[in-house]
Ligand binder design. Structure first.
Ligand code: KG4
Ligand code: ZN
Length: 323
C-alpha cells in the first residue's frame, strides 16, 4: 500500500511539514500516487471520457523536474493512447493567461506575476510573446512570505502567505521600520533577501522562541510591518513598469496581477490604486485561480490550441521518457 492517499484534496504541505521544506523525492511520490485518480475524478466530474477530448495540456516547467515529469508522462500517455493533441504549457504563462478567462483582457497588457518561485513584470504582447521589464535579484515575494511564516511559527495552511496575511491584519504595520528594498535603483527589479534577514533579526530580538499568546501581538506587528514593505515594493515597481509599458505600448488598457501572492487582498487594493492613478484597469483572477490550479493550465492550453501551438505525438510517445 502506498503511504499517501490518492484522492483529490490531499495537502502535500502535511507530507513535507516535518522536514521544514519540500523534499523532491517525497513530492514526486505524492504526485505519482495522486495522478491517475485525480485525472479520473476530473474526467468523471466533467462527464467526459478521454476519447471525447480534443487535446491535453500539461505544465512542462519551470518547477521541480521530478514532479513535472509525472504530469508530462501522464499527459503524453493520454495523448498517444487517445489520439489527442498535446499542448505544452509554461507555468507562469498559465498564471498570466487565466486572467483572460474571467475578464475581457486584450493584448497587449502589463502583467505582474508573483508566486513562490517567481517575481516578474512583463508586457504580454500575445500568447508566447512577452517582454521582461523586471525580475527578482534573489528571492520571490512568495518565498519571503513562506520564510516569514516559518520564522513566526505559523501553520503553513493553506499557505505561508495566507497565514502571514491573516496575522498581519491584527498588527501595527508601522512598528518595525524595515528598509524598502532597492530604493536607490530606479528600475523594475525586485529583492527580498534583505527584508527576510531584517524580519529574522526582529523576531530573534523581540519574539524569540516558540509562538505563544504572550508574544502574539509583537509577532502580528512584525507580520504587518513585513507585509507593508513587501507589498509597497511590488506597488512601486509596478507603478514604474506601467509608465514604461505605456511608453512602449500606448494601447495597453490592463494591468494583470496573477500567481499565488495575487490572492493577497492588500496587494490587490494597492495595485487597484496604481492602475487607477495611471488610467488603467486592474484585473486579477479570483483568488482560487491565483494559487496553483489545473484550470489555468487548461485555459492556457486552450489559448495555445486555438493558435495551432500543439504537437501530434506518435503512439510510441506513451512510453517516452522525460522530454
Ligand atoms: O503560484 P503559487 O500557488 O505556487 C507557485 O507557483 O509558487 O504561489 C504560491 C505562493 C506561496 O509562496 C504562498 O505563500 C503565496 O503564494 N501566497 C500568498 C497568499 N496566498 C498564497 N502570499 C501572500 N498572501 C496570500 N494571501
Ligand atoms: Zn504558481
Amino acid at each position: 500500500m502506498h503511504p499517501y492517499r490518492t484522492d483529490i484534496g490531499i495537502l502535500q504541505v502535511d507530507i513535507h511539514a516535518p522536514w521544514g521544506g519540500v523534499v523532491p523525492k517525497l513530492a514526486q511520490e505524492a504526485h505519482e500516487a495522486a495522478m491517475d485518480s485525480t485525472v479520473e475524478q476530473a474526467l468523471q466530474q466533467a462527464g467526459v471520457r478521454p476519447s471525447d477530448l480534443e487535446a491535453v495540456a500539461v505544465t512542462v516547467g519551470p518547477g521541480l523536474s521530478l514532479c513535472l515529469k509525472v504530469g508530462v508522462q501522464k499527459a503524453r500517455q493520454l495523448a498517444a493512447e487517445h489520439g489527442l493533441k498535446y499542448v505544452a504549457v509554461h507555468h507562469m504563462e498559465a498564471h498570466a493567461l487565466v486572467a483572460r478567462a474571467s475578464a475581457p483582457v486584450a493584448f497587449p497588457f502589463l502583467c505582474l506575476l508573483v508566486s513562490g518561485g517567481h517575481n516578474l513584470l512583463v508586457i504580454a504582447h500575445g500568447v508566447g510573446r512577452y517582454s521582461l521589464l523586471g525580475s527578482t535579484l534573489d528571492d520571490a515575494v512568495g518565498e519571503a512570505y513562506d520564510k516569514v511564516a516559518r520564522l513566526l511559527g505559523l501553520e503553513l495552511r493553506p499557505s505561508g502567505g495566507a497565514a502571514v496575511e491573516t496575522l498581519a491584519a491584527e498588527g501595527d504595520d508601522q512598528r518595525f521600520k524595515f528598509s524598502m528594498p532597492l530604493r536607490m535603483r530606479p528600475n523594475c527589479n525586485f529583492s527580498y533577501a534583505g527584508l527576510k534577514t531584517a524580519v529574522r533579526l526582529a523576531i530573534e530580538a523581540e519574539a524569540p522562541g516558540p509562538a505563544t499568546d504572550a508574544n502574539r501581538q509583537v509577532r502580528a506587528d512584525i507580520a504587518a510591518s513585513f507585509q507593508r514593505v513587501a507589498l509597497t515594493h511590488l506597488e512601486e515597481r509596478t507603478r514604474r513598469a506601467a509608465a514604461w509599458a505605456l511608453e512602449a505600448e500606448p494601447s495597453i488598457c490592463h494591468i494583470v496581477v496573477a500567481g499565488g501572492v495575487a490572492a493577497n487582498k492588500l496587494l490587490r487594493s494597492k495595485l487597484q490604486g496604481v492602475a487607477k492613478g495611471i488610467g488603467l484597469e486592474l484585473v486579477s483572477p479570483p483568488p482560487q485561480l491565483c494559487t496553483d490550479n489545473g484550470v489555468m493550465v487548461a485555459w492556457a492550453g486552450a489559448e495555445r490550441l486555438a493558435l495551432g501551438l500543439w504537437e501530434h505525438l506518435p503512439a510510441s510517445a506513451a512510453d517516452d521518457a522525460w522530454v
